[in-house]
Design a protein around this ligand. Structure first.
Ligand SMILES: [Zn+2]
Length: 318
């Protein structure tokens, strides 16, 4: 049973609905990073929420969702694309479970902000930022929709844990389109509040479609997309990244290290370059040095892995 997302309309087209099951996706992310239970929950919720967000935008390549708090999890960041691919990372994959349990994120996230980064066109990005409500992801994202996009929204993301890992995960998003009467919204809110835990529902085999039927009437599904964990990183990407550190730095690397290792933050894949391979990159690094010295005065080039969700965060560690 593959994970999938459905999106559509309800109540005669006055409400937009999205639901997704992410059980395998979140478990795959947990396994890739060998994440502790609470780190896995954080990665999973942000990944699920990024997929929900991705379903609300048109003609966009990617969308990034970032929770940045002062707790031990640090930055939790997921990037989803229009094809249902998602990847996620956080500041510490092995945060210990606090007394409040692995499913209460607030103590591990802390105080901070939520950012949504949409890649509109090549090089152009939209960024919306709101303070964190409670760090549990759903209410934080609801505040974002309310404040940044002026769209009243009900959101849920949840999971069920087993001794082995993530046994169920998923989420939903219900959004009022303009001119919805307040009573309709109140009724939806009521149903959301009386909903059992999402993790339990998905564990029982409730489908995304059935979940939506529990939340709103007259659901009309318009599209269904398979979703899954996927990182587009490649060895070539990291080779290029090495060239951008400059010829002098690379030269030092070949002298000091037998093997240079770069780890992808989004999938924990490790790319190894030996002395000979680094030496072969020196030519590329000199070309890069030359090119960037010509560019000086025209503003800095976009730093690798900074904010753009189009950039796959290639900030490897040597
Ligand atoms: Zn990767």
């Amino acid at each position: 049973m593959n994970d999938y997302l459905v999106r559509g309309l309800a109540l005669g087209g006055s409400v937009r609905v999205v639901a997704v099951r992410t059980t395998q996706t979140v478990e795959a992310i947990r396994v890739a990073h060998d994440a502790s239970p609470i780190s896995a929950v954080a990665l999973g919720r942000v990944a699920t929420a990024a997929l929900l967000l991705g379903a609300t935008i048109k003609d966009q390549q990617q969308i990034g969702l970032q929770l940045n708090g002062d707790g031990p999890l640090g930055e939790v960041y997921a990037i989803a694309d229009a094809n249902g691919h998602v990847r996620a990372t956080c500041g510490d994959f092995r945060v210990e479970t606090p007394e409040t349990g692995p499913q209460k994120l607030a103590p591990a996230i802390g105080l901070g902000r939520l950012a949504v980064i949409k890649r509109l066109h090549e090089g152009e990005a939209f960024r919306g930022v709101v303070p964190l409500v409670d760090g549990e992801v759903a209410s934080d994202l609801a505040l974002y929709f309310h404040q940044s996009e002026q769209v009243p929204s009900a959101i849920g993301v949840g999971e069920k844990l087993s001794a082995q890992g993530i046994s169920a995960a998923g989420g939903f998003l219900v959004q009022a389109l303009p001119n919805v009467d307040p009573e309709t919204l109140a009724r939806i809110e009521q149903r959301v509040e009386t909903l059992p835990s999402l993790g339990e529902l998905f564990a029982l085999g409730v489908t995304p479609e059935a979940l939506l039927d529990r939340l709103v009437d007259d659901v009309e599904i318009l599209a269904r997309t398979e979703v899954g964990f996927h990182c587009p990183c490649t060895r070539e990407h990291y080779a290029r990244l090495l060239c951008t550190i400059g010829a002098a730095e690379l030269q030092t690397l070949t002298e000091e290290q037998e093997i240079t290792e770069l780890t992808c933050h989004f999938c924990s894949a490790v790319y190894r370059f030996d002395r000979e391979q680094i030496g072969a990159l020196l030519y590329g690094a000199r070309m890069w040095d030359e090119a960037s010295s010509h560019e000086q005065g025209e503003g800095e080039a976009e730093p690798a892995g900074a904010d753009g969700p189009g950039d796959d965060g290639g900030t490897g560690e040597a």
